[in-house]
Write a new protein. Structure first.
Length: 175
């Protein structure tokens, strides 16, 4: 197992270097999206409307940050269970999504889509949202404000620690 420091905009070009179990420090832009936001994103896709962010090369963090305390960039921001997004993930990967961050196993359709699209699934430490938040340097709500903590936010990460759970070659930490 190796250790890497990777800029998120380089994931698409570097995914083939990564293997399940590798430790990575991610830096750059990610977008939060959970169940309700994924549903809205799919409504936009189905109606041909513009998405709140460009999917090609993007990284989605399955998280719903808590309200931001005064003087902080963001509230607690740990990963949510990724399996709830399995119904959405293959299509997003086929449309260019390069990476996902969450916790827990993914189904076969998602694993196949990760390999097919040379993408990667990272796991962040569950139950450590306050610690994760310390690696988030900027947070801006960009879509679906009415969803509260489940709105889509653009986050700027700096050395955010993750583990490669499913790699672009089919390696799977859960198997």
């Amino acid at each position: 197992m190796a250790e890497y420091s990777i800029k998120i905009n380089e994931i698409k070009n570097r995914a083939s270097e990564l293997s399940a179990g590798d430790r990575v420090l991610l830096s750059g832009t990610v977008y939060t999206s959970r169940d309700a936001a994924h549903k809205r994103i799919f409504e936009l896709l189905d109606s041909g409307e513009k998405l709140p962010f460009e999917l090609d090369g993007a990284c989605i963090y399955f998280a719903g940050p808590t309200p931001t305390p005064e003087g902080m960039v963001i509230g607690s921001c740990g990963p949510t269970t990724s399996g709830r997004m399995d119904v959405y993930s293959p299509r997003l990967l086929d449309l260019g999504l390069a990476a996902m961050i969450g916790k827990g196993e993914r189904n076969k359709a998602v694993c196949d889509a990760i390999v097919r699209n040379k993408a990667v699934y990272f796991c962040a430490v569950g139950g450590a949202g306050a610690l994760c938040a310390k690696q988030i340097k900027e947070c801006k709500e960009i879509a679906f404000k009415d969803l509260g903590c489940e709105s889509v936010k653009r986050l700027e990460l700096e050395d955010f620690p993750v583990i490669v759970a499913i790699d672009s070659h089919g390696g799977n930490l859960f198997k």
